[in-house]
Design a protein around this ligand. Structure first.
Ligand code: SF4
Length: 619
């Protein structure tokens, strides 16, 4: 079936048909396609149509993987629309924690949840799980409903509760049947979770087309799953948890661990630790398998489980955290570092297995709004020799964006003074006064956001201001979003790479300008040094660009494009930091962002004038 018939809408936007066709050709063949399309262009619908047409023609399935729940939700919305036009089976899967009905009986911290579920299942303590094979036709009906209808998450939970089955098991069985399966990165790239989808679910990678959304996040994601940190305070907390659950032996072993690690790490002069000699020290002092046994005991934690049930205590999370760290410490490969009272284990080459993983699939499509420069992008994912092809959707003519780089301010650490924050706030307030439209302000961190939010509030008291705070739940984030939308000309403060700078769409009616304040370069750390050293050894010429500058710029550009959501969109972007003023940065900008670019050290009055002039001209 042609891609046109697999497209959910009546007509294509500029560039969508070409992208769909390119994806179709890549998926019908084999190999890896890197595709760049700006945010809001409608790439999900285009990619789905191309991938689905190829999947049906070749007898394959599509696995569409996203970083966040919000992105999964968007893909599911597009699939539901497409299913109405042409029925096919599709399912999506979140983490087990999101589905669990048993945990309603007692609070379970997310970090202990994997263990909590497997403990209850393996000891026959979860009736929702035990009931799955006993409800026969009822279960079949639920699974069929899950693949053919766009059922909401809460509807699935309600239906599962009434049948008394685990909703995660319903979803897992639906994924087996689905032609398009949507899942978070974990189920594809984390070997521990991938078994659920590909082994237990008998989904054959060789007969699956993989689509990776927002693929510029992959390196960070892979670094996260292969790295671990542990502080001495956490080890002390684990001792207290073990004592509270009357796990006397484990508490004694944890005290020994604390003492041996303290001697090996605290007095060590360099940030780089010799992991092998630390393992040898444990072998010499405690015997060959002591550390591995302790890691197993703490991770399995069955004594703690029974203890927490018997004494109605909170499940231990620090005991599990120490167990996880020790398991990684004993495994092959990681580099060990330290800083302050923290130990870190890092895989200095987190993308080393990515090419092999992608090549297990029939074909792979990696999507991003910011691939430029594609050679660095490929190298940052370890795909330089993988024979990838690249496709860029040209969209700069579809939008009208004026970009102002203000080089008179900066959020460099050494320049973060009250005077600098006041200067930044004066400029933000000037832009806000210069437009009646909504404004998004995206800071590099919560601390910078907090500092400028209070100052801007005093300067533009007549405007409705809302802000993102750290650790918002989904409901709290929805409330902030609704509050921003409730009043015309509101100002939303968020952080770059946060919930609002990458997870939400702001259309023309509610946001007309974005101010990106500062560049969120990662702070220097031993974890970063170790990765730099690995790239240097491999002969990488652009390690600073790859690990620091480019990720920071991507966050800035993603935030800048938040309000550019459709063809014909008009808007302004203000980049407030001297570090945006360089030819290197301009060359790295997406074309829509640099097509009308003005650079200077502007006074608040001239910024207000520029904003007024732009909107007056546009009216
Ligand atoms: S099997 Fe399902 S309901 Fe039972 S503990 Fe695990 S996730 Fe929760």
């Amino acid at each position: 079936m042609a891609v046109e018939e697999r497209f959910a809408y009546q007509t294509f936007r500029p560039g969508q048909r070409e992208l769909a066709q390119r994806v179709y050709e890549a998926c019908a063949g084999s190999g890896i396609l890197l595709a760049e399309a700006m945010s809001g262009f409608g790439k999900t619908a285009a990619v789905l149509s191309g991938a689905l047409a190829a999947a049906e023609e070749t007898g394959c399935r599509v696995v569409y993987t996203c970083r966040t729940k919000r992105q999964i939700h968007r893909v599911v919305e597009e699939i539901s629309r497409l299913q109405k036009k042409h029925p096919f089976k599709a399912a999506s899967m979140l983490s087990k924690f999101d589905y669990c009905l048993l945990r309603r009986q007692r609070p379970v911290p997310q970090e202990s949840f994997g263990w909590y579920c497997s403990f209850n299942v393996s000891n026959n303590l979860c009736s929702y799980f035990l009931n799955v094979p006993l409800v026969g036709a009822g279960m079949e009906e639920m699974v069929n409903g899950a693949v053919t209808a766009s059922q909401t998450h809460s509807e699935l939970l309600r239906a599962s509760e009434s049948l008394h089955v685990c909703p995660y098991e319903v979803t897992r069985l639906a994924m087996v049947q689905a032609t398009v399966a949507v899942a978070p990165y974990h189920y594809v790239f984390d070997p521990r979770a991938a078994a659920v989808l590909f082994d237990r679910n008998s989904l054959d990678r060789r007969k699956a087309i993989l689509v990776v959304d927002e693929a510029h996040n992959l390196r960070d994601f892979l670094r996260g799953i292969h790295s671990s940190t542990l502080t001495f305070d956490e080890v002390d907390g684990a001792v207290r948890e073990a004592e509270a659950l009357l796990m006397d032996e484990a508490a004694a072993s944890l005290r020994t661990l604390r003492e041996v690690l303290g001697r090996a790490v605290v007095g060590h002069a360099s940030w780089l630790l010799d992991r092998q000699s630390i393992l040898e020290r444990f072998r010499d002092e405690k015997g060959t398998a002591w550390l591995q046994n302790l890691a197993f005991e703490l991770s399995a934690c069955s004594a703690a489980a029974w203890g927490s049930i018997a004494y109605e205590r909170r499940l231990p999370s620090l005991v599990l955290r120490v167990g996880d760290f020790l398991a990684k410490l004993s495994a092959e490969g990681p580099v060990m570092v330290k800083w302050d009272r923290t130990m870190g284990l890092i895989d200095p080459d987190p993308v080393s297995g990515l090419e092999a993983c992608l090549k297990e699939f029939k074909s792979s499509v990696l999507l991003s709004a910011t691939i430029n420069p594609s050679s660095v992008f490929s190298r940052s994912l370890g795909l330089a020799h993988a024979g990838t092809s690249t496709y860029e959707v040209k969209t700069e003519s579809a939008v009208t964006v004026r970009t102002i780089v203000d080089k008179g301010v900066s959020t460099r650490y050494k320049l973060r003074t009250p005077e600098m924050f006041a200067k930044i706030s004066d400029k933000i307030a000037a832009v806000v006064r210069g437009t009646d439209a909504g404004v998004g302000v995206f800071a590099p961190s919560y601390s910078v956001l907090g500092a400028v939010f209070d100052m801007v509030t005093k300067r533009v008291g007549d405007r409705h201001l809302v802000r993102e705070v750290q650790g918002l739940s989904s409901q709290e984030a929805a409330d902030v979003f609704d509050s921003f939308r409730s009043s015309e000309g509101s100002v939303l403060f968020g952080v770059q790479a946060g919930r609002f700078s990458e997870g939400e769409d702001f259309n023309e009616e509610i946001m007309g300008a974005v101010i990106v304040v500062g560049l969120s370069l990662p702070p220097p750390s031993p974890l970063l040094y170790a990765e730099y050293a690995c790239l240097k050894r491999a002969g990488e010429p652009d390690s600073f660009l790859m690990l620091s500058r480019l990720p920071a710029l991507r966050k800035a550009f993603q935030a800048a494009g938040r309000h550019v959501r459709s063809p014909g969109k008009r808007g302004m972007v203000f980049l407030f930091d001297e570090r945006f003023d360089s030819q290197v940065v301009v060359d790295l900008m997406p074309s829509w962002l640099r097509s009308d670019l003005l650079v200077g050290d502007f006074t608040p009055q001239s910024l207000e004038g520029l904003a007024r002039e732009f909107w007056a001209y546009q009216r």
